[in-house]
Ligand binder design. Structure first.
Ligand SMILES: CC(C)(COP(=O)(O)OP(=O)(O)OC[C@H]1O[C@@H](n2cnc3c(N)ncnc32)[C@H](O)[C@@H]1OP(=O)(O)O)[C@@H](O)C(=O)NCCC(=O)NCCS
Length: 494
């Protein structure tokens, strides 16, 4: 495969073309007897979809002879122009299924059935009579209401812009700090409960930040309009002052209601708008399909973690403690497979099934929760396309405002990744009650990685580099945290 014949001088090439004249006439690309509409036929007589070109049909009976050879390339030579590898792709899938089936059987024989739904409950609750994570999430309503009332006061002008900003900053800081304090003073809050509640608070922080910014922009627009009107000494046109009749079109400050605020809190976006695009109706069959997927993938994720991930992680502790490098790499590669599968299922469960379910239920129209990140040829393309709600928020409230202030692009990108690294670390370190900075470093490493891939690799190589960074990078971070957690809590790794 890929062995191109050595280049010949032009006159010899021309001669070669005329050599097999009886057979080769009419095989020039796009000139087959089939006319313009036929797929182009390559030098070796194959169309781009791998079928023999029409020009290769048997020669007329008058020219039949004992000759059975044609000047042609082997299929696997790149010079043949053959490109139909559909069968090979199917072979890859069959091999993948078979090798995973073997791994699955090996796992079952070695460990038996480890899936235990009751154990999942214990990950959330230490004491069945105390539900700290749920209470923490319920308390978050205080911060939502505080943001709404600050905005209401700003809208009527009973507090100044600077006082409003201070109140918002205080509220946002409290959203981040309050759950941290609770995690450290309530021992019954489990690490999984901690991740869940801190995740909710992080989402809330981003939403309230967006709420504050968008309402401020509305006030700025309102002030600009008032100034324009005063200067021209005119009154607004009827169409403008009446809004769009017949449509539930909200304009500032009519949006500052509990209903509007809680609609924003529950819909799957982090960026606030006064008038979100709405889907015309709830499609019941779509909703049921997403619900079924949500339940199915949740079970699958729990099963894979218990049956495959946990034993592999536990078996990896010893080589990590003994710093046995070759065994560490072997364990890492072993963990990479279940970790990656779980991540892919998680992606589908969260970004497709769950977000679409909530959006359909609330008739939220913008369903672009992800783009084709799997085709990423650069690291920046991956980060701009795999988690669209976060990316949109970063662009709208952080990246573009920085660019507008004159910060250069590289510094702005680094600042976004720095903020993202902070939140990744926040979501891991606090619930585990230990600071190791692995997640922070993993996220910050994306900046030089993005530079390297963008500079030296492109096309399929770039795509492969992105996949490798995903497949290998995540289990490294997982093993680091689990190892350190075991060492801190149990002295020696299991
Ligand atoms: C940093 C990040 C925002 C950069 O995104 P990007 O798409 O590569 O950025 P680009 O430089 O291509 O520009 C994006 C936008 O800014 C605009 N822009 C560029 N220069 C500008 C300037 N000087 N002024 C105003 N806007 C500008 C572009 O027109 C483009 O706008 P569009 O989206 O409307 O087309 C992105 O990589 C990111 O979101 N990273 C963090 C992701 C993350 O942490 N996710 C966590 C998931 S768990």
């Amino acid at each position: 495969m890929g062995d191109r014949p050595p280049r010949e001088p032009a006159h010899r090439r021309r001669r070669t073309t005329t050599l097999g004249d009886g057979v080769r006439r009419g095989l020039r690309p796009g000139r087959g007897p089939g006319g313009e509409g036929d797929p182009p036929v390559t030098e070796a007589g194959y169309t781009s979809n791998g079928k023999p070109g029409k020009g290769t049909s048997p020669p007329p009976p008058s020219s039949w002879s004992s000759s059975c050879h044609t000047l042609q390339e082997s299929l696997l030579s790149s010079a043949s122009g053959y490109s139909n590898y559909r069968g090979i792709l199917n072979w890859c899938v069959v091999m993948l299924v078979l090798s995973n089936a073997r791994l699955f059987l090996e796992n079952l024989i070695k460990y038996g059935i480890l899936v235990d739904p009751i154990q999942v409950v214990s990950l959330f609750l230490k004491d069945p009579y105390s539900w700290p994570a749920a209470c923490l999430i319920i308390v978050s309503n205080v911060f939502i209401i505080a943001a709404l009332h600050t905005e209401r006061r700003l809208a009527v002008g009973s507090i100044s812009e600077s006082t409003g900003l201070k109140l918002h900053v205080f509220n946002l800081a409290a959203i981040l700090v309050f759950p941290v304090v609770i995690v450290f003073i309530v021992p019954s809050l489990t690490p999984v409960g901690g991740v869940l509640s801190l995740g909710v608070y992080t989402v809330l922080f981003m939403k309230m930040y967006s709420y504050k910014d968008t309402n401020r922009w509305c006030r700025e627009i309102r002030q600009a309009q008032v100034k324009r009107l005063t200067r021209s000494n005119s009154c607004p046109s009827v169409a403008q002052s009446n809004g769009r009749a017949g449509q539930a079109h909200v304009s500032y400050p009519g949006n500052l209601t509990y209903r509007d605020m809680y609609y924003f809190v529950f819909i799957p976006t982090l960026c606030y708008e006064l008038n979100f695009p709405r889907s015309p109706r709830i499609r019941k069959s779509f909703l049921m399909r997403r619900l079924f997927e949500m339940l199915f993938f949740m079970q699958l994720l729990v099963g894979l973690i218990q049956q495959w991930m946990v034993p592999t992680v536990q078996n990896s502790m010893k080589p990590f403690q003994e710093m046995d490098f070759s065994r560490m790499v072997e364990r890492l590669l072993k963990l990479a497979v279940p970790n990656h599968l779980i991540w892919l299922f998680f992606f589908y469960w969260f970004f497709h099934s769950s977000m679409n379910f909530v959006a359909e239920l609330l008739q939220f129209g913008d369903r672009e929760f992800y783009r084709d990140w799997w085709n990423s040829e650069t690291v920046t393309y991956f980060w701009s396309n795999w988690n669209i709600p976060v990316h949109k928020w970063c662009l709208r409230h952080f990246y573009k405002p920085m660019l507008r202030k004159g910060v250069n692009k590289f510094m702005a990108q680094t600042a976004v990744f720095l903020a993202s690294a902070f939140f990744h670390e926040y979501l891991v370190s606090i619930p585990l009650r230990m600071f190791r900075l692995w997640a922070f470093m993993g996220m910050m490493a994306q900046v030089p990685l993005a530079w390297f891939v963008g500079r030296f690799l492109n096309g399929n190589y770039g795509n492969a580099a992105v996949w490798i960074s995903l497949i290998i990078g995540q289990p490294v971070a997982v093993l680091m945290y689990v190892h350190d957690y075991y060492v801190i809590h149990y002295g020696t790794p299991a």
